[in-house]
Design a protein around this ligand. Sequence first.
Ligand code: HEC
Ligand code: HEC
Length: 369
Amino acid sequence: MRVARFAAVAVVTIAVLGAAAPIRAAAAPDARALYVEYCQLCHGAALEGYAADNAPSLSSPTFRASASTLFLQTAIERGRAGTAMAGFGKSVGGPLDPVEVDALVDFIRGGAGAPPVLPPRASKGDVAKGAHVYAAHCESCHGTAARRGNAVHLANPMFLASASDAYLRLAVVEGRPGTPMEAWEGKLAPPEIEDVVAYLRSLARPLPAAPVLPPSPAPPLPVVLNPGGTPPDFTLRLGRYAAVADVAAAYAEKRRMVIIDARPTSDYLRMHIPGAISVPYFDMRGLDTVPNDGTWVVAYCVCPHEESGRVLDELRKRGYANTAILDEGFFVWATQGHPVEAADGQLPIAAPPARPAAFTPVPAVSPRS
Ligand code: HEC
Ligand code: HEC
């Protein structure tokens, strides 16, 4: 079963890449420019991670030495539904074509080439014992099956579909130098490591369906919510942030406002605040439709401030008078039970990670220098 699911991801990714590569092979994309535009705000200028939302390092030597091409392509193309990592592939409503995804994969590798394929070795550990190991040693950072902690959500179905047992084992044994993930070799007995890998594998679930893409161009949505309503009266923290409680109250009272989803459209298609319009942080042409007449405009993301912050800055640059960021972000909105419109079969939302991360990652080390 698990092998079949993993194979399905492989086939989809390869099929997408295979189909598009010949058409776009002409101009090699500028991977650094793509990274700066789309990824740096969370993964950091030197790929060290933790610039926002506890996004993991993409530069730790053990990550680079074990993440296969397919692992990286799948993470970037499909994202990790239910976390801040959106799907960036055009196939799911993101901005990147397969050639650009591949350019980013090479960029993350730092020119080191594909790592050797890890010999597959399924864990024969004991799931129940592994659950105890996990609760004692891992849960404080990685959270539970249903709740993300401060570190990568290991129960995420997209993650488990692309991370083999060999990949998981190696990460546990060697850790991720330069991050809080220590090497557990010598601290856990080898059978305990096998047990915790077996436990992680037992958390794998079927993948959520890729969202159905709207026709292109998408039919225009009404931009202003409740055009006849009275304006809200927000008090902004630090002149920028409107609390979820205040925005939810204004929403319930049918006040006049515009709500902007600043995430990649792939995330918007999966789940959004009903009535919000999609204006991704990297393509703000949609702002041209927003009336500049004093109507309140509230932007949100999951991060919870970086993507929405870019939209807010652009609105203010354009002279919009009443603008705010949804302070705690979309996950808090959703987990508090405020209205959310979700595509069929989408994942429940992992709870938001705490931020900022309470550590300073050491500078990136090149794995092959
Ligand atoms: C809004 C913040 C954000 C942005 C923007 C973002 N990421 Fe991520 N990314 C994350 C988070 C958070 C995770 C971990 C997901 C989780 O919680 O499990 C992640 C995971 C990943 C992973 C998997 C790493 C691992 O250890 O499993 C890769 C690869 C990755 N991102 C690449 C990218 C690339 C390339 C871009 C730009 C195209 C990008 N990300 C943009 C937040 C972000
Ligand atoms: C102190 C916090 C902490 C603890 C405790 C911890 N981890 Fe981690 N772990 C992390 C962080 C942070 C990362 C991501 C590191 C990075 O940025 O590359 C990570 C990464 C991983 C990864 C690789 C994920 C990926 O996307 O490639 C695995 C697998 C993993 N941890 C398993 C475990 C297991 C199993 C345990 C318990 C034995 C454990 N961790 C304990 C913080 C922790």
